[in-house]
Ligand binder design. Structure first.
Ligand code: FPP
Length: 246
């Protein structure tokens, strides 16, 4: 059902916690790493589907600061997948008008990855169809903390200015919808500032099996909700509050 609150013509910012790779694989007698590989295939599918479904910005949670606690071999495999993704995907991202940026710490990544990230960001900088943000060695609380440290040097501060410090982007749209796959119902330190008013969608589907239809289902549920932003009545698109007016 089309809601009066959020027009299907608005370009949305969607965040996804890509969960369930390990369970998907072990249930099939495969290694967890095989699940992460299948997860990369899902990223390709969803990046292709997203702009067709009205998404202008897509933030994917690939590796949290807490994921360093996983077995060394699994961490190494995830870093290898990231390295391959950055090396092999850029051409197709450019062709499809996708701008890639990576959020999170870069100083703890294995050698060469930070440089590969910068190269991929530069190569895709003109993409205007979709802004793909991949969160790597990411913690929303750390992002807020780092922004606060930078803000301490300023004499005046607005929500917009602080938002830019947190996200590293001027004018990035707040997150409209956060999806988490695999049945878990937690935010796990993901987009806590920019997702302050995000709608939440939890699905039982494991990330490797998530597809364009599942994304459409999440968006249909989103469009069916009333977004009141703390007020009493539904907000029409042109009234979606800016950070300073919420
Ligand atoms: C959660 O599943 C998934 C992750 C921690 C990693 C997500 C990574 C990818 C999809 C691939 C690598 C990304 C890029 C950008 C190349 P889980 O392992 O926690 O699954 P489980 O909860 O079933 O164990």
């Amino acid at each position: 059902m089309q809601s009066e609150t959020t027009s299907r013509h608005e370009k949305l910012h969607v965040g996804i916690i890509m969960d369930g790779n390990g369970r998907w694989a072990t249930r099939r007698g495969l290694s967890r790493v095989r699940g992460h590989e299948a997860g990369v295939e899902t990223i390709r599918r969803i990046v292709e589907a997203a702009p067709k479904q009205g998404i202008g910005a897509l933030t994917l949670y690939a590796f949290s600061t807490d994921n360093w606690r996983r077995p060394k071999a699994e961490v190494a495999a995830l870093m290898t997948l990231l390295r391959f993704y950055l090396a092999n995907e850029v051409q197709s991202l450019v062709k499809n008008g996708v701008r890639l940026t990576v959020i999170g710490r870069r100083d703890r990544l294995p050698e060469g990855i930070a440089t590969a990230i910068t190269r991929a960001e530069e190569a895709t900088a003109d993409g205007g169809t979709l802004h793909l943000r991949i969160a790597v060695d990411y913690s929303a609380r750390d992002a807020i903390l780092n922004a606060a440290a930078k803000a301490a040097a300023l004499t005046s501060l607005t929500r917009e200015a602080f938002s830019q410090l947190v996200t590293g982007e001027a004018g990035l749209r707040d997150v409209d919808l956060i999806i988490r796959t695999s049945g878990e119902k937690r935010l796990s330190d993901f987009l806590l500032w920019e997702g302050a008013y995000a709608e939440l969608h939890f699905t039982e589907r494991m990330w490797p099996e998530f597809d364009a239809g599942d994304l459409a289902e999440a968006l249909a549920a989103f469009h069916g909700r009333e977004r009141r932003f703390g007020g009493l009545r539904a907000i029409v698109p042109e009234e979606v509050p800016s950070l300073s007016r919420v």
